[in-house]
Design a binder for this molecule. Sequence first.
Ligand code: ADP
Ligand code: MG
Ligand code: MG
Length: 879
Amino acid sequence: MSRYVFDFIDGNKDMKDLLGGKGANLAEMTRMSLPVPPGFTVTTEACRAFLHTGALPAELFREVEDHLRLVEARLGRQLGDPRDPLLLSVRSGGKFSMPGMMETILDIGLNDSTVLGLAGRSGDERFAWDSYRRLIQMFGRTVYGVPAELFEAELDSARTAAGAATDADLDAAALRDLVAAYQKVFADHAGREFPQSPHEQLYAAITAVFRSWNADRAVLYRRQEHIPQDLGTAVTVMAMVFGNRGPRSGSGVAFTRDPATGRRGAYGDYLPNAQGEDVVAGIRNTMSLDDLARIDPAAHVRLLSIMERLEQRFRDLCDIEFTIEDGELWMLQTRVGKRTPAAAFVIAAQLVEEGAITLDEAIGRVTGEQLAHLMFPSFDLSAAPAPLTSGVPASPGAACGAIVFDSAAAVAATGPVILVRHETNPDDLPGMIAAQGILTARGGKTSHAAVVARGMGATCVCGAEEMTVDPVAGTLTVGSAVLRAGHVISIDGTTGHVYDGAVPVRPSPVVRLFEGELSPLGDPLLAAVQRLMTHAAHTARLGVHANADTAGDARRARRFGAAGIGLCRTEHMFLGPRRELVEHLILADTDDERSAALDALLPLQRDDFTELFAAMDGLPVTVRLIDPPLHEFLPSLEELTARVARSEALGDDPGRDGRLLTAVRRLHEQNPMLGLRGVRLGLIVPGLFAMQVRAVAQAAAARIAAGGDPRPEIMVPLVDTVAELAIVRSEALAVLAGEEGAPPIPIGTMIEVPRAALTAGEIAHEADFFSFGTNDLTQMTWGFSRDDVEGAFFGRYLDLGILAASPFETLDTTGVGELVRVAVERGRTTRPDLITGVCGEHGGDPASIRFFHDAGLDYVSCSPYRVPIALLEAGRAAT
Ligand code: ADP
Ligand code: MG
Ligand code: MG
């Protein structure tokens, strides 16, 4: 019984944890009797053991030998046999795909004697030497860290010496000489001869793949994609097949549907007489599958039928790697393919139509983040100049920024930049993350730049062949135009166009669909979005409300699907020209002066609420009583001090400014966020909350008189103890009792101080509802000032792994989440019908929404533009 090694025959697609995605799916294809070269997979468990101890587990060697013998028996060919050698590929592959981030070594098993056997058996000396030089190069780079440029330099001089235009023009003798040169480079750099033992090559390759799990770029990629760092990679060892054996051979990659648009029908790139690496590297320009159909119709038909079977098995878009050796088709990889956000929606809806998946499954195939991407604006093409040039539209979006020519410059830049490269490689990853968009001169939709950009949701145009990129000179040249670093360009990842200068942007069609300005009829993307969103809204248990303070925002939120307003902040109602009234309030010396100031504010607030209730007729509107410290409404200390000093210097009486200055000094606090704000204001400033409650009641009464259906609720911020809430509530009830014609108005509280969460059982006696203010709750639970820490030390904390994400973006479910759970439970024990919601930023964050669903909350509230995203996530959480 094996522990660390599984033959392809013994695995299946559900074993990704142990076999990695590549190993599990090769096993699945083997089980489906598809043409897969024989092989086996060394498990991620072996990798974890290796990373832990620094050595391959002892049992591993015997297990590998046993499985190798099975492969040898199946093919009738042995590793290291000088007459007819078996060659192997050693491939990385973790549970989650990390394209190009880890290592793969091909042609293991070649040495000075087996190369002759390969030449003899294949009758193709050139091919044998070409494979050998590839092995030395890949092995040298991966296992011994020999710089790729050293080999490239030898290849260049070989080409020059032979007067050859490309590698393919080098003959057998030239390649044999190149092998000798490579061996010298290897020995010089590695301090030893190139290993002639195929078994030594094999174990060194396995070790190198395990090590590549912790390569910098792989670590960075995982952090970016939120893939855990401790999973480890599996290693797949399989018999080589050769796409570089002449014109009847070749390699390709293909998708069962277009990964950019989702359009039905196979889509791919093919390179005759090439190994798989050559296709992705973009060194030669590829052909389409239609071209393959002309060159080799039988293989093409076979390929299409296999792709159809894969789609049926995986019930999703698949991407594949294949190789044709002398007319014979081999499958080398498949997986559920990455796709653009638009394609994700279109494909999910198509699969429902085709009867392959249910609507519940379909909403599981798209994410809130993808929808967020579709809601981004794009270029306004009517305002665009003629494109400077065009390339392959590899990853959609509209990006505009200054040209940078390398990853470091993109990382260092302070403003938006476009990373411009001849082609990208995995070392460019930091720059690709930092840049607004990526533009390359070479490569197709399956090139490194394209694949990585799609995964990140970054805008990318690749293969813009008219342009020449010279990173040394720092120029991008198209025809007679020479653009330098810092020059602003715009790239359109949907059309592939590249523009000189900044092109204006226009709203996304998906947003216009939500706004009711566009019909989904005849547009596959809009129809798919509509269908999936309808289902999500229907499935969701968690309600989605919006944070909105104005009637305009409220109307938009409602069009976007909000079932109410979960947070109406009232502080904006005290800004602008109304500041002066607040100043009167603060400066009031007598009860009469204070009442006069409040009386002046009352009608203004009432009108604001009336408009808001009209916009949300029939839906709840939760009005939060004033929260910020009062001094936020006064001029700053510096400004007032200067004004007073100026008056005094002129011999004038500073008058009102002098009184304001005194007030500002009196109200000054060391920690205003922990100071006189929220419910404390209501208790300290007589009449302030009462005025707001009265305004709500009168607005509601006015709406009812006008035939409307207002549903106001009143929410008290920053409560620490039930005693505070009890006083405010009884005063509010007294005010409401005195207002005629108003509907019943629930009075609830925010839970945003840890003490309130812990004493929620008591607080619920005085609250009709709870709304978790997760911004303050996070700040106070961690003791982090959210206005100060993000720039100060969060970056370092993320690097050190202390934080996985900013707790202000994604709810800290273990700490802050525990307070939420405790408060919900204790609150409902007191009051089983207690309504609970969330009104912090987390209400629009996909991962947090799932938590709120699981914690049994009734609704989340978020900004109007996040409402569709929250609805989709709420639907997904419920399936
Ligand atoms: P990645 O995960 O970066 O795509 P792969 O392990 O898929 O790396 O391998 C890199 C390239 O080598 C691919 O193009 C693949 O098709 C090719 N390759 C891998 N194994 C074999 C094999 N046994 N025979 C021929 N080509 C192979
Ligand atoms: Mg691959
Ligand atoms: Mg708050």
